[in-house]
Every structure is written in structure tokens, then in C-alpha cells.
Design a protein around this ligand. Sequence first.
Ligand code: DX5
Ligand code: ZN
Length: 210
Amino acid sequence: MIIAPSILSANFANLEKSLQRVSSAEWLHVDVMDGHFVPNITIGPLVVKGVNTLSNQVIDTHLMITDPYKYTEAYAKAGSDYITFHIETVSSPIELIKHIKSFGVKPGISIKPDTQVEAIKELLPFVDQVLVMSVEPGFGGQSFMHSAIDKIKFLDSLRKSNNYKYLISVDGGINEETSKLVKAVGVDVLVAGSYVFNSENAEEKITSLR
Ligand code: DX5
Ligand code: ZN
């Protein structure tokens, strides 16, 4: 099980200290929001660059922006290992997947709670990660939406029957209880923000998720 703490819930008055609190996690999840696709503005390439100098963990950049093609290069050069975009924001996803790969970065695709797996089916052979949103994107600390479970189950069966290679990630409201529900249906990566960072002992929470 890969744990990816979302730095959206980190303390941005002292990011270095926050990152030290989650050093046992395999990945760091970076939530990029532009105030258009979602009603919040968060992290630019400069912060990814800073995170990249502070840590050797895998940087899992989640673009919740209306023009992911335009900013792919900046986030790639800042040190992203994965760049995940939302199917709801692009008209030619295959082009963007190729563009992400041209920088040696692994492409991921994400679907909002209202978007079905069918919307990304033709992309599955080409992506390294499918990020299932279990909250409406935009903010940390929301409650888990159980509709994510059937999507994960379906993605796991598609992966098995077609021998696809993507990792299945879930993002939003992940805690000790909800992590059990999604593990049972084939998830590989647990993104968690508030559950990890809003606790006394972040490492303990990471262990409990694992
Ligand atoms: C929401 C972000 C999530 C969020 C998760 O738009 O994509 O990654 O930070 O936060 P929690 O784990 O607190 O729901
Ligand atoms: Zn996210």
C-alpha cells in the first residue's frame, strides 16, 4: 500500500517541518488548484520545486486546473514524478498524456465524483495512475463519498481482464475506517491530507493507513 500525504493540509508557515512529519510516506501528493476548475487557489510550480529540494519522495502532482496542457512543462521541470489531470478539463486527453510523457513524467487521469469510469475507459492502456476522487475536489477535510468504491472495483476488474498497468489511487476523506473499504476493492495508493496532518502523530496515522 502506497501512502501519499496531501500537502494541502500541511502547515505552509513551515513546510519543511511538515514534510519531516511524513518522511515515512512513499509519495507526497501535491494539490494544484487554479480557482477556476475548483473554487480554491493553492500550489504553484515554485512550491513543487521547494518540495523537490526538501525530499526524495515521489511527487504526485494532482492538477485541478482548467488548462493542464499549458502548465505541464512547469510542473514537470519543478520535479513532478506523476502529473495527474482531470478528464473533465481536456478535449484531447491522449495528446496531453503524450505531452506529459515527453518530459519523462508518468501520466495520471482523475475523475470527479459525478464522472463515471466509462469517461476514461479508452485512456486506461496509456496511464500509470487512475485517481478516483472520493470528495468534490477543492478542499481537504471533507467526508468520504462511498460512490468511489464501485469505481475502484470496476477499475480493478478492467485492469485484471486487460492486463493494464495503472495504479489505482483514491483521494478524499481517507482515514483508518474508509481506507479499509477501498483496500478491500483493489486500491494501491491512499491519498490522505487532514487525517495525517491534523493529528499529533502523523507517522502513526500513516502506519494505521498502511
Ligand atoms: C481535494 C484534494 C485532496 C485533499 C484530500 O481537492 O484533491 O487531495 O487534499 O484531503 P483529505 O484527505 O483531508 O480529504
Ligand atoms: Zn488531490
